[in-house]
Design a protein around this ligand. Structure first.
Ligand code: BG6
Ligand code: MG
Length: 221
């Protein structure tokens, strides 16, 4: 029998809750002030990327140079807009299939971690009332390097004292899949296989993963 995986590390935005659309909305507004229309394709390249690096990319695409003060003020504005958009988030917004998956992991004594680039991760988990389910939360306040750098996931496995080879990462962003692979973890894509190249397997959503498939994924069966 194969060795069972010992920990699951979840991305937050677009995996546990559909906040990815709010990041997009807020960045679109900032880009518009620079005379740039942010496309869906641009947005795919911002998923999983930190706030600072996202703005740097937008400035590159829009061929804009800003002084430090203006750069900082756009970061503040983006987060202000984003926080307004997520203000009303509540437990019912947890994406389908996530509660069942968390229950499965607890029942099987598999550790649960969060690996997110977001500096807003803890308040979001609190609003969703699932913060205490996580053994470890690594967020944008604790990492120096954005995904695709593996730092966020390595910090998670180290904190949980689990070998990276025995961790499964759930991700909706190609930068996150790359980061999980670079960490030596198994990368499970939530989204389409075409977008998430490098994922060991993809599911359209957690709702589409049966308990039997979870058992197979974690080598429990
Ligand atoms: C990631 C999102 O989870 O967090 C990105 O996919 C976002 O879109 C990044 O830019 C940083 O989030 P925040 O909340 O710190 O601005
Ligand atoms: Mg994500």
């Amino acid at each position: 029998m194969k060795t069972a995986y010992q920990c699951a590390i979840f991305d937050l935005d677009g995996v546990i809750v559909d906040t990815a659309k709010f990041h997009f909305f807020a960045w679109k507004k900032i880009a518009a002030t620079l005379g740039y229309i942010l496309t869906d394709k641009n947005n795919d390249q911002l998923k999983g990327v930190s706030r600072v690096d996202s703005l740097k990319r937008i400035l590159q695409w829009s061929n804009t140079q800003l002084d430090t003060a203006k750069f900082e003020s756009l970061l503040v504005q983006k987060n202000k807009d984003y926080l307004e958009l997520i203000q009303g988030i509540q437990p019912q917004d947890i994406l389908p299939g996530i509660p069942k998956t968390l229950t499965f992991l607890k029942q099987n004594k598999i550790k649960i971690g969060l690996g997110s680039a977001s500096k807003n991760a803890i308040p979001i988990l609190e609003k969703l009332k699932i913060l205490d389910i996580f053994d470890v939360v690594i967020d944008g306040n604790q990492v120096m390097r954005s995904k695709p750098d593996p730092e966020v996931f390595i910090k998670g496995s180290t904190a949980m004292q689990v070998n990276p080879k025995l961790c499964i990462v759930f991700e909706d962003a190609s930068s996150g899949i790359e980061a999980a692979n670079a960490a030596g973890m198994k990368a499970v894509g939530i989204g389409s296989k075409e977008d998430l190249i490098g994922a060991s397997i993809c599911f359209p959503s957690f709702d589409a993963i049966s308990v039997n498939q979870l058992s197979d994924l974690f080598n429990l069966s």
